[in-house]
Design a binder for this molecule. Structure first.
Ligand code: 7TS
Length: 412
């Protein structure tokens, strides 16, 4: 039981996460890859098991008890998530498979119908591939152009000449809220405003922000806000597209099939109301219910407390990592999240992560699905440590010690 007024106690919280159980992992698992996916607390696992073992019916169709309960739990999760992100109505919360599918939904159901040759889509040099590739595919079919807001050397966005990037041709600005490589938190409020002033829509990729910091989509005012369940203690296979109702209403459907229609004749169909117009077929019921429980768990702890604790971890880790001779840390943004990318001496990131794994430390190595950042930094890969509410300062000490050992082992 977590009480809101107490400070976040990571040591106690760790008991909620079965993967961190010490008896199961030798050496004990030091999980520093929450930017890829987070571990799941027992309550989320239990909610999924409860759905399958107690009332595993489908939603929105059965007129019998277990289907009615499934529908109620599914729609209740939508309410919880709407509240969590400050959405005014549940109609604007659409369940998808994850951030990637949410962005593709906008690309297919909005951009492909609207964009014309010469129109512009504005991205940044720090986007995840999932916020680049769908737009390249859109550009190919519509004749639109993609432009990129550049990065400064410290890993912040260069917005000095930003007004030059917003032109009458700009139809969409799609930007990452918090970088999964550099940790940079972008001034998305400013970018949304610039997009709207230019007559364009704005999409914000919140995959790395929503799990770690409170977000109010109504206040932010972006037309689309997207995130994934599995990066916020929820199950894989579920994510969210929040959308401005007026825009969503005018959009064509993404997938055709059951549940997204009002009527179907042999010749044509009409569409269901929001949000169901965009939820074709049997949805990921257990996953949505699990995500609802994850959001409840995060809310019970309090996002403010999680943010403050992660700031403490990040400050400590940056200081400790900087004591390692030959280490290079990428991204020095003053406003940043709990993600640190680095290279250590001459050790390749893949070798380093394998050596760390021998000590039970899980980090990610590679381009982190953000190759344009690597190009901008003139490197091919980094090692990345990312933290969440269950990590401790002791784990950061273990990381630093293990990196030192790896550098010695590889001969500097
Ligand atoms: N956007 C951002 C900012 C991300 O960090 C990721 C995944 C995605 C989109 C895609 O999310 P998905 O749930 O649809 O896959 N990022 C990472 C990462 O940094 N390491 O593994 C996945």
């Amino acid at each position: 039981m977590i009480v809101k007024d107490q400070a976040l106690d990571a040591v106690m919280l760790r008991n909620d996460f079965p993967v961190l159980s010490r008896s199961r992992n030798i050496p004990a698992l030091v999980y520093l890859d929450s930017a890829a996916t987070t571990l799941k607390p027992q309550c989320v696992i239990d909610a999924i098991v409860r759905y399958y073992s107690e009332y595993g019916g489908s939603v929105h169709r059965g007129i019998y008890q277990i289907a009615e309960r499934a529908t109620e739990e599914y729609e209740n999760a939508r309410k919880q998530i709407a509240r969590f992100i400050g959405a005014k109505t549940t109609e604007s919360v659409i369940f998808t498979k994850g951030t990637t599918e949410s962005i593709n939904l906008v690309a297919y159901a909005w951009a492909r119908h609207i964009l014309k040759p010469g129109d512009e889509i504005l991205l940044t040099e720090m986007e995840h591939h999932s916020n680049i590739v769908p737009w390249q595919m859109v550009a190919k079919t519509t004749g639109a152009h993609i432009r990129y807001l550049p990065l400064n050397d410290d890993g912040t966005l260069n917005l000095e000449d930003a007004h030059r990037y917003f032109t009458p041709q700009t139809k969409l600005a799609a930007v990452i809220h918090q970088s999964n490589v550099l940790g940079t938190v972008n001034p998305v409020e400013r970018i949304v405003k610039m997009a709207h002033d230019a007559g364009a829509l704005a999409l914000v990729d919140g995959a790395q922000r929503v799990p770690h910091h409170s977000v109010d989509v109504t206040e932010l005012g972006a037309d689309f806000y997207v995130f994934s369940g599995h990066k916020m203690l929820g199950p894989t296979g579920v994510g969210v597209l929040y959308g401005n109702l007026e825009v969503l209403d005018k959009m064509e459907p993404f997938h055709g099939g059951g549940d997204m229609i009002r009527t179907v004749s042999m010749l044509e169909s009409t569409w269901n109301t929001l949000p169901y117009k965009f939820e074709a077929g049997t949805p990921p019921i257990a996953q949505v219910i699990g995500l609802g429980t994850a959001v409840e768990y995060l809310s019970n702890i309090g996002l403010d407390k999680i943010t403050a604790y992660e700031e403490q971890l990040t400050t400590y880790a940056l200081k400790a990592l900087r004591t390692i001779p030959g280490i290079e840390i990428y991204g020095e943004a003053p406003h940043r999240g709990a993600v640190i990318s680095f290279n250590a001496g001459n050790v390749h990131p893949h070798d380093l992560s394998q050596l760390l794994d021998r000590d039970g430390i899980a980090v990610r190595a590679g381009h982190h699905c953000a190759q344009p950042i690597m190009t901008r930094l003139g490197i091919s890969a980094t090692t990345r440590a990312s933290f969440y509410l269950y990590n401790t300062l002791e784990e950061i000490d273990l990381l630093v010690e293990s990196i030192r050992k790896a550098i010695d082992f590889m001969g500097g």
